[in-house]
Design a protein around this ligand. Sequence first.
Ligand code: PGA
Length: 254
Amino acid sequence: MNKERKLIIAGNWKMNKTVAESLDLVRGLKIDLANVKEVDIVVCPPFTALGEVSKAILDSNIRLGAQNMSEHNVGAFTGEIASVMLKEFSVRYVILGHSERRQYQKETDALISKKAQAVHGASLKPIVCVGETLAEREAGQTEKVLQAQVQGSLANLTKEQMVETIIAYEPVWAIGTGKTATSAQAQEAHAFIRGLLVKMFDPTVARKVRIQYGGSVKSSNARELMSLPDVDGALVGGASLESRSFADIIKNSI
Ligand code: PGA
C-alpha cells in the first residue's frame, strides 16, 4: 500500500495479560511479523509486563508502548508511573486520554495536555486519543467534540512536538462493540482532525502527523480502513490480544 505517511499500528492490551501470557503473545508476533518493515509496530502491555516484554522484543521490529503515564516526574503520587520508569524499559510510545480513562478516571483535556507535555519532555511519543460517543454523533456534535478534544489535549505543544505526536481517532461507539466506522465516517473525521492541525499549527505539520483509527479494527476491515488517505494506522484493542489476529491486521495493511 502506498501511503503518504508510514503506517503505525499499535496493540492496546488494556488490562489483559499476565507476564507469562504477554511473553507468549510477543513470541508469536516476533515470528509472524519478522519481515515487516513497511509498518511501525507497537505493543502496549500493562505496566507489570513492560520489563519482560521489553527484553523479549529487544532484537525485533516491535516497539514498546505504555497505556498511561503521570504528568509528574517524581514524588508522592500513589499508584502513578513516571516517564523515567517507562524509559528504563525502553518504552517509546505512551497512549494518553483513551476514552476508557476519560470515562472511568475522569481524565480531562487539560490533564491530557499536561501528560502530553510530560511525555515529550521525556523524549517519548504520545498517542493521544480522541473520539465522540454515540449520543454525541447522533446529536450532530461529532466535529464540536473532536475540536474541543484536539485543541484541549494538544494545547501548548510546539510544532516539533506535534510532528512527533500520534493522534488516535476512536469513536467511542466503535470500541469493543464490533461496530466499525464506515470508510466515509473514518475519512471524514480524520480529514477534519487534520484540518484542525492546519489551523493550530501549519499545513506542513498537519501533513506529517499520523492519525490512527481505532474501534473494532480486525483483519477483515484493516485493509479498507488503512487505504483511506487520512488514516495512517490503527490502535487495536481486542484483536491485538491474539498474535494471529494482530499479525493479520498488520499484514493485510501492507
Ligand atoms: P477495540 O479497542 O479494538 O477492542 O475496539 C480499541 C481501543 O480501545 O483502542
